[in-house]
Write a protein that binds this ligand. Structure first.
Ligand code: PHE
Length: 340
């Protein structure tokens, strides 16, 4: 048995020295020290020895086992360290590689223009209001002094969801909604940016477009206040040399009403293709809030007065950025959008 143990020790130590990976070590331990391992078998066979030999052989076998265990432990440490180093090396980063930046989006020119309009009116003390795009006939027409059979409805032929519900054709219903909400508070001083819908679709009309509504109601609001606010807006938006021109017009919810022109941003008023040689560009509708509209909104037209205006955002964006086709704004071609 002594011989057997000696051979085993030699063989085991040689094998151990050839273990290169932690997995090899585990296999080694199973092979010699596992339940059916070679050393275990010898230890089990101890019972068959004469009683006198047992302690000596037992001691020898235990010594071999302890020494193998120690060597395994040492080697485990070493291999662990080596494998760790290897995996760190494998994961190392080449910091000289060029970076890959995220694709950044851009703000749409319409959003840019809406934000700029908001900024200008916030600066004049207006607050920003919003309203629903799916609107009641009452707010879209009725409360704005456009009764059921009024011919002005034809101008804004629209998308109806039911006889009483439609996609709003302008942002003006938010005038009525805000008055209802705020009465009897003064002043009502708001702008309303938002989407509106009309049954139109050609090179210069889109079935969906954007407006910014304005409404100011206070104890004394004059037509000259309207003119002053609009001139200030035009000059901040298009330059300090801007002029505006008001022409008489008609809206059922304002009286008197006006179409407002700004001097042509392309030719500065001398006449060009953009302005049809007139030197002027029509950009918004406006007027003094009709007494009936004030009344329906819960304000007494004998005690308060107001003005309102509504502008088309697409038109302003096209003039501001020199865009010559409305449809470019809705195609969302990134090559176009990246230019702003
Ligand atoms: N709502 C009108 C339109 O869409 C514009 C407007 C607003 C006119 C407010 C006067 C006052 O054409």
């Amino acid at each position: 048995m002594r011989e057997q143990l000696g051979l085993l020790k030699e063989k085991a130590e040689k094998e151990l020295s050839q273990c290169k990976r932690l997995d090899d070590l585990n296999a080694f331990r199973v092979k010699y020290m596992g339940k059916k391992g070679e050393l275990t078998k010898i230890l089990r066979g101890m019972g068959k020895l004469p009683a006198a030999e047992r302690p000596v052989m037992g001691q020898l076998a235990n010594k071999i086992r302890d020494s193998l265990e120690n060597k395994i432990a040492d080697l485990t440490e070493k291999l662990k360290k080596k494998e760790m180093e290897q995996s760190l090396l494998a994961e190392s980063i080449d910091i000289t590689l060029p970076g890959i930046g995220p694709e950044l989006g851009r703000q749409h020119p319409l959003s840019l223009v809406i934000e700029e309009i908001e900024e200008i009116f916030l600066g004049m003390g207006f607050m920003i209001e919003e309203g629903p795009e799916i609107e009641l006939d009452y707010y879209n027409f009725e409360a704005l002094n456009i009764p059921k059979d009024h011919p002005a409805r034809e101008m804004q032929d629209s998308f109806y969801l039911s006889p009483e519900v439609l996609l709003r054709t302008h942002t003006s219903p938010v005038q009525a909604r805000t008055m209802e909400k705020m009465r009897p508070h003064l002043p009502v001083k708001i702008i309303v940016p938002g989407k509106v819908y009309r049954r139109d679709d050609d090179a210069t009309h889109s079935p969906m477009f954007h407006q910014v509504e304005g409404l100011l109601i206070d104890q004394v609001v004059r037509f000259s206040d309207l003119k002053g606010v609009l001139l200030n807006f035009a000059q901040q938006m298009f330059g300090a040399d801007q002029k505006i021109r008001l022409r008489p017009s008609f809206f059922p919810f304002t009286e008197p009403s006006a179409e407002v022109d700004i001097s042509c941003v392309m030719c500065k008023g001398t006449g060009c293709r953009t302005c049809g040689q007139t030197g002027w560009l029509e950009v918004l509708g406006a007027g003094m809030v009709h007494p009936r509209v004030l009344e329906m909104g819960g304000y007494n037209p004998e005690e308060v007065s107001g003005f309102a205006f509504g502008m088309g955002v697409e038109r302003i964006a096209m003039l501001k950025y020199g865009i010559d086709d409305l449809r470019l704004l809705f195609e969302n071609d990134v090559r176009f959008l990246r230019q702003f």
